[in-house]
Design a protein around this ligand. Structure first.
Ligand SMILES: NC(=O)c1ccc[n+]([C@@H]2O[C@H](COP(=O)([O-])OP(=O)(O)OC[C@H]3O[C@@H](n4cnc5c(N)ncnc54)[C@H](OP(=O)(O)O)[C@@H]3O)[C@@H](O)[C@H]2O)c1
Length: 230
């Protein structure tokens, strides 16, 4: 396979742009119908990436939930759920996290060269730990995923990871869901923080679709020429 995987970013935020609140509880932004839509998008990807911050904070399973979609993947010769991918510099991830313990999917942990040894010691029994350069870069991660046969990657957050893919010009499509409430707490994380992004007032991204899903609104943006609908 040549070229990097197609990269689809997925995020849900409040009306005021927060992707979580500042409490210890996980904040639900999507609704049941939207979670089902996300499940369908997951089922259409080869790999799903979340940052280590999201693994620690949300403890996500990152599996295809629908029996039918899992069966369809298997019928196509694929594993029931996509490969799970995370990235960490600290290596500070719990091997008992659901990312590692749930599902049969391959689990990949990318880290900077300098953290490879300690991360392999901690997580080598539950995941394949991969050197992503010094510092670890999204481009290196994508090159390695391509070499492993991944052609479509879904990036599910959090904000630090999304900002890197956007800032490095490595995102092809964005699915942004807005939930119908405010968080109103500056301590909470936003979709992305400060940065230089390829899309700005002088270069506006193209809207592919706006769809109401029960009480949330999904907007799909094309972020590169690789997006088939762009
Ligand atoms: N609403 C949504 O759609 C949504 C989706 C996902 C997450 N979230 C929320 O987002 C928040 C977490 O987001 P976050 O921005 O704090 O964290 P994040 O993006 O999930 O993960 C950031 C961490 O990933 C690792 N990392 C990222 N880029 C790296 C690189 N190039 N090299 C090495 N390591 C790298 C680092 O881990 P180490 O610290 O281990 O070095 C970094 O601290 C949570 O509140 C979660 O609930 C919301």
């Amino acid at each position: 396979m040549t070229g990097r995987p197609y990269v689809l970013l997925s995020c849900a935020m409040s009306i005021d742009g927060y992707i979580d609140d500042a409490s210890a509880e996980r904040l639900l932004l999507s609704n049941a119908d939207d979670l089902d839509r996300i499940d369908a998008v997951r089922a259409g990807c080869d790999a799903i990436l979340v940052g280590a911050g999201t693994v620690r904070r949300d403890d996500p399973r990152l599996l295809v939930r629908s029996d039918r979609r899992r069966a369809e993947r298997v019928a196509r010769g694929l594993p029931p759920s996509p490969v799970k991918v995370t990235v960490t510099a600290s290596g500070d991830l719990d091997p008992a996290a659901r990312f590692f313990t749930m599902g049969e999917a391959t689990k990949l942990v990318y880290c900077p060269s300098g953290a490879l040894e300690k991360t392999r010691e901690r997580l080598g029994a539950v995941a394949t730990v991969v050197d992503a350069g010094e510092p670890a870069s999204p481009a290196a991660l994508l090159a390695d995923l391509a070499a492993r046969g991944v052609s479509r990657l879904m990036v599910e957050g959090g904000g630090i990871v999304h900002a890197q893919f956007l800032g490095d010009g490595l995102a092809d499509e964005l699915h942004l869901v807005v939930a119908p409430f405010f968080v109103g707490d500056g301590r909470a994380p936003r979709f992305v923080g400060d940065g230089r992004f390829p899309w700005h007032p002088g270069r506006r991204a193209r809207v592919l679709e706006v769809r109401q899903i029960d009480d949330v609104v999904l907007t799909r943006y094309a972020l590169s020429d690789r997006c088939p609908e762009a």
